[in-house]
Design a protein around this ligand. Structure first.
Ligand code: IPE
Ligand code: IPE
Ligand code: MG
Length: 242
């Protein structure tokens, strides 16, 4: 069977970003790591605002991983408090800018107050039709696949799903990202060339860009440049050029 390849030379519809380097940015300035996280949070708005012009309909950002609990209690508590304040403060701005907010990750692992704010932000922006901003909070790709598999198995046990029908279209329906398209481009800042458990299933055919810039220095111009660069690449999805 000859499959038609998706069209090349158009921009990425979905960009995912591993926002890394906040700690080093702060250390370089002789400041505590949380200072870097606050500076990093301020960057998010500008990148979200740059999406419509860049033609990016979906932006997914990695804010806290399931592995980040290993950090000091001071840093973790500071980050949780930053997330609460950030969501509370930005919610109205997102509505005004027509940004639809969603969260992915393991919610039961987060505190009640933060979870309530996440629900509120999702609800408040549910009618927004502009940029789709997804924030990965207490997110791990392996954890997500494990949780999805658990729910899939529960459906099999309940007689709602025939195990013989399970194929590669089935599992994504159980992933946190089930309403999102797969990312076309994954960007990681801070010079590290690894994916640290981010969107493992979904990024199977994504393009990757690793840039040296530390996240608090990442600008809308650099974002636009990386998005523009993507348009020139040829994605084959395992096929050959027609
Ligand atoms: C990314 O910055 C933000 C989070 C993981 C919460 P880091 O805190 O990992 O910064 P570096 O990598 O230590 O510089
Ligand atoms: C990945 O960054 C997670 C986030 C950006 C939230 P890390 O700094 O936690 O990743 P590692 O530890 O360098 O792999
Ligand atoms: Mg890091």
């Amino acid at each position: 069977m000859v499959e038609t390849l998706p069209k090349d030379n158009c921009g990425p519809q979905h960009v995912a970003i591993i926002m890394d380097g906040n700690g080093r940015w702060a250390t370089q300035r002789g400041r505590p790591r949380l200072f870097g996280h606050h500076a990093g949070a301020k960057r998010v708005r500008e990148i979200v605002e740059a999406c419509p012009e860049a033609g990016v309909k979906y932006l997914t950002i990695f804010a806290f991983s399931t592995e980040n609990w290993k950090r000091t209690q001071v840093e973790v508590a500071g980050l949780m408090s930053l997330f609460r304040r950030y969501i509370f403060k930005e919610m109205q701005a997102f509505v005004k800018e027509n940004v639809r907010v969603r969260f992915i990750g393991d919610r039961p692992g987060l505190d009640d107050k933060l979870r309530a704010l996440m629900d509120e932000a999702e609800e408040l922006t549910s009618h927004c039709t502009g940029t789709n901003l997804t924030i990965a909070l207490n997110y791990g790709g392996r954890d997500e696949v494990a949780r999805a598999t658990r729910r899939l198995a529960q459906d099999v046990r309940a007689g709602k799903l025939d195990p013989d029908s399970v194929d590669e279209e089935t599992l994504p329906r159980y992933l946190d990202t089930h309403v999102l398209p797969d990312p076309d481009l994954v960007i990681r800042t801070s010079g590290e060339a690894r994916i640290s458990n981010f969107l493992l299933w979904q990024s199977a055919y994504a393009e990757y860009e690793f840039v040296d810039t530390l996240w608090p220095d990442f600008s809308p111009e650099e974002f636009a440049r990386l998005v523009g660069q993507y348009g020139g690449r040829e994605r084959r999805f395992g096929g050959v050029k027609p």
